[in-house]
Design a protein around this ligand. Structure first.
Ligand code: SF4
Length: 286
């Protein structure tokens, strides 16, 4: 049996990757570690993946989605490196041109930008479905993110099955390492990810409005792209309740309670501002 490790570029995923290599390498015939770049990660995330790769000798395979514009033709992969990886969202833009803007109703960006290139790459190695397992970095304190298809898809969750790692344990571990991911939790993944809570998005809009330039341009150029009909005439927008990037930036100018990196404060929790999708902390392929 082979093992595919899906490295999402976050601290939890990096910890899992290192733990697997230190503890489970002999359980598998071959191990492949992939990182799928969307072109909308922060530079710090790319540097972190590269640093993990170099420090731990991981042999990370950097992939990007190679979207085929022809209807019915699946997404393949392009191999890149830290140096050549997209920083301007090119893979994401190609995806949007074909499939339209992703949002809560059309949540396909993870599967097209991350899962599809990873699977395509593994197929190019001759790995057929059923001949490999895929390791996903979900912690025990986020068990609700485990896929209901884990057996069918041959998924393993080492941080739940073996290490029982929580966010606190992983942060403590990282505190003892010689390097770390130098961004805060709300900044990770695609910097402006539409799955983040509104409070995180508003905070980002105040601190780093430039990260919203890409989604704003996508809405301007492609809100009617993709194989769908728009009875409203508004087009497709990224954020909850059909909110546009421009509206979100405008809203961030009004007073609101900023997101803080504290443990969950249930007194402050507000359904409207703090609800988030599964990729809010890390964008995993399943
Ligand atoms: S981080 Fe968000 S926007 Fe980026 S691929 Fe994942 S779900 Fe989509």
């Amino acid at each position: 049996m082979n093992l595919s490790i899906s490295f999402s570029g976050g601290k939890t995923s990096a910890y899992m990757t290192k733990w697997l290599l230190d503890n489970k390498l002999n359980d598998f015939d071959n191990v492949v570690i992939t990182f799928a770049n969307t072109g909308q990660e922060l530079e710090e995330t790319l540097e972190f993946v590269n640093r993990c790769d170099k420090e731990w000798n991981l042999g990370v395979v950097w992939l990007e989605a190679l979207v085929d514009p022809v209807k019915g033709n699946g997404t393949k992969f392009r191999r890149v490196t830290f140096e050549t990886a997209s920083r301007n969202g090119e893979p994401f833009e190609e995806y949007i041109k074909k499939h339209g803007i992703p949002n809560q109703a059309f949540p396909k960006c993870t599967s097209e930008l991350k899962l599809a290139p990873m699977r395509s790459y593994l197929r190019s190695l001759g790995w057929k479905n059923g001949t490999y397992k895929t390791a996903i970095g979900i912690r025990i304190d986020e068990m609700d993110r485990v896929s209901s298809n884990m057996e069918k898809e041959n998924l393993i969750y080492p941080l739940i099955e073996y290490t029982k790692a929580t966010k606190e344990m992983i942060n403590l571990w990282w505190g003892r390492q010689s390097f770390n991911l130098n961004i805060m939790e709300h900044q990770g993944n695609c910097a402006w990810c539409w799955k983040k809570s509104k409070r995180k998005l508003l905070t980002l809009a105040v601190d780093t409005p430039e990260v919203f330039e890409f989604p704003m341009r996508m809405e301007d150029q492609y809100r009617f792209a993709g194989p769908w009909q728009d009875p409203s005439g508004v087009g497709r927008l990224f954020f909850r309740k059909n909110t546009s990037t421009k509206q979100l930036l405008e809203e961030s100018k009004l007073p609101f309670e900023r997101w803080k990196p504290a443990a969950v404060n249930f007194d402050l929790f507000n359904y409207e501002l703090d609800s988030a999708g599964g990729c809010s902390e890390s964008c995993e392929v399943y």
